[in-house]
Ligand binder design. Structure first.
Ligand SMILES: [Zn+2]
Length: 119
């Protein structure tokens, strides 16, 4: 299974499934039906408890138009470049310095949506 459901199933088990093209080797996020680099549909999952990356940016939201985020305010949000290549937007609850090494984990939120968290 190459679509978003593969990532959701892994996240339900507390694992981060990152899509990787077996034709050109490139990792991509979010999951797609074909490789964004070479258009191959030979996509596999790299599944891990957590994936290492580097924090590129972090901010703290003090307001949200999303009802489900309001109980969690203030909410840390970060951009992380995974060692595998892709840049991911994720929750970043712990204050960090730009350039710090982090681990990104996946889980389902209360709505069943896969979410990434960097710590
Ligand atoms: Zn490819």
């Amino acid at each position: 299974m190459s679509g978003p459901e593969g990532m959701r199933d892994a996240a339900a088990a507390g694992r981060f499934a990152l899509q990787r093209c077996t034709a050109c080797g490139r990792a991509q996020y979010p999951p797609r039906e074909v490789c964004a680099a070479c258009l191959s549909d030979r996509l596999a999952w790299q599944v891990a408890e957590a994936l290492p990356g580097v924090l590129l940016a972090r901010t703290v939201l003090h307001h949200s138009h999303e009802e489900r985020f309001r109980p969690r305010l203030p909410l840390g949000i970060g951009l992380v470049r995974l060692a595998a290549g892709p840049v991911v937007l994720c929750f970043a609850p712990v204050p960090r310095t730009i350039g710090d090494a982090v681990q990104v984990r996946a889980a389902l939120d209360e709505t069943g949506t896969p979410v990434l968290t960097a710590r």
